[in-house]
Design a binder for this molecule. Structure first.
Ligand code: SF4
Length: 251
């Protein structure tokens, strides 16, 4: 198991197989972080980073696209929508530094997938176990709404990232946007309706990579403030999703 943090750099001091995996992840991360393919999103992420929220006015925002992170041997993958403007777009790590991340990593910690419940910065020591967390679109979008063309342009990064997780058995889809992206990756058609707690079984060998085992998509409402403040998503509901995901992953 390799825990791949955003600070990871290619190192010669690992064995050949692990080095190959690590170098591939490092290459993809560098490619993602350098991307400027969507002019509207580039403008937005950089404007937010320059102007900053009053509470973070003394911080230097990341202001770049975000790659996924976690355990490259993960059986559980968590897929969100996009970086938060003052969360991941500020801290440089997905679901880090905002309330959505607080909810997510608390649930993952309870499920044994994270060594701590707190996710504050890239240097906070958070490590994922048997889990990988990522997003469908890599740049913070205005109003959390990427345009269809932006989603399409970014989908190649998600495809490549998921293809580098050979042990993936469960994808927890946080919200309908992530669910649709996962269905597109796995070629699920017709697509069953999104609902909190819904599960979609994807048989083995249905993607371009025929060596992949069966995967279950587990749907959850996104832990956005809109959902958690209103009680649409409760702590218990999210805990149940991760309890189910870990149970499915263990088979
Ligand atoms: S959303 Fe994706 S494709 Fe568009 S600029 Fe950001 S990283 Fe590049």
């Amino acid at each position: 198991m390799l825990n791949l943090s955003p600070y990871l750099v290619a190192s010669p001091f690992v064995n050949t197989g692990k080095r190959a995996t690590r170098d591939t992840h490092v290459r993809l991360r560098k490619e993602i972080e350098a991307c400027r393919a969507c002019p509207r999103l580039v403008r937005w992420r950089e404007t937010v980073a320059r102007e900053r929220k009053a509470a973070y006015r003394n911080e230097t925002y990341w202001g770049k696209p975000i790659a996924g992170f976690g355990d490259d041997a993960a059986r559980v993958v968590v897929l969100g929508l996009a970086p938060g403007a003052h969360g991941a777009n500020r801290t440089g790590r997905v679901f880090t530094g905002d309330r959505s991340g607080d909810w997510l990593f608390r649930a993952m910690h309870k499920a044994g997938l994270a060594n701590t419940a707190a996710s504050r910065s890239r240097k906070d020591g958070l490590e994922l176990r048997d889990a990988w967390v990522t997003v469908a679109v890599r740049c913070a979008p205005p109003d959390n709404k990427p345009l269809p063309l932006e989603k399409k342009k970014c989908s190649g990064f998600l495809d490549r990232e998921l293809a580098m997780l050979p042990n993936m058995r469960v994808v927890v889809c946080l919200g309908s946007f992530a669910y649709v992206a996962a269905c597109e990756f796995f070629g699920v058609s017709p697509r069953p309706k999104f609902a909190h707690g819904a599960e979609v079984h994807v048989p083995a060998g249905t993607t371009a990579d025929d060596s992949r085992g069966a995967v279950t998509l587990v749907c959850s409402y996104h832990p956005s403030q809109q959902n958690t403040f209103t009680g649409r998503l409760t702590e218990r509901m999210l805990d149940d999703v991760f309890a189910r995901a870990t149970s499915l992953a263990k088979g």
